[in-house]
Design a protein. Structure first.
Length: 169
């Protein structure tokens, strides 16, 4: 579970990105809180990614035919597959957001994994990000003339899914 990430990837450099030294400093600070975070804002192909199983708000692991209805709110259902230490979403997130611990668990291809994720910091319709203390930040200016994305990606770079959100100024 340490090899599947979720976040945003960009095919071009950001229109406004921090200098590489500042980007490394931001990355170092955020890794203290989120050890699995991949934050690369200054390269030719920027990305912000975190381990999927440690990022989603709710996760359910079920046998084929017993998976929950994805149009309804799902209940956390991972204890029978992962163990008692995963009794709450917060405990699962804490363990599986750290690649060191997530590497001890695998996505089993015989089961169905259902994820519910919401992002209370991003407003994809408006293209803004809520930053505590700062307030609303227009992300469209920073990313330039390229779409925002919701991307699932394997550690080796294989794209699992890539939802592009286009914007116009």
């Amino acid at each position: 579970m340490s090899d599947v990430y979720f976040g945003s990837t960009f095919p071009q450099p950001l229109a406004y990105s921090p200098p590489p030294t500042m980007s490394k400093l931001i990355d170092a600070v955020l890794r203290k809180v989120a050890p699995g975070l991949i934050l690369d804002l200054s390269s030719d192909s920027p990305k912000v990614l975190a381990p999927l199983a440690g990022t989603v708000q709710t996760m359910s692991i079920d046998s084929l035919g017993n998976e929950p209805d994805i149009t309804l709110q799902i209940n956390e259902n991972v204890v029978s597959s992962l163990g008692k230490s995963f009794g709450t979403p917060a405990k699962r997130q804490k363990i599986l957001s750290n690649p060191k611990y997530a590497a001890n668990y695998d996505f089993n291809t015989n089961d169905v994994y259902t994820f519910h994720s919401n992002d209370d910091t991003m407003d994809y319709g408006r293209g803004t990000m809520h930053i505590p203390v700062y307030g609303e930040y227009d992300i469209k200016t920073a990313i330039g003339n390229q779409p925002m994305s919701l991307t699932g990606i394997a550690k080796g770079g294989s794209i699992l899914y890539d939802l592009k959100i286009f914007h116009a100024k």
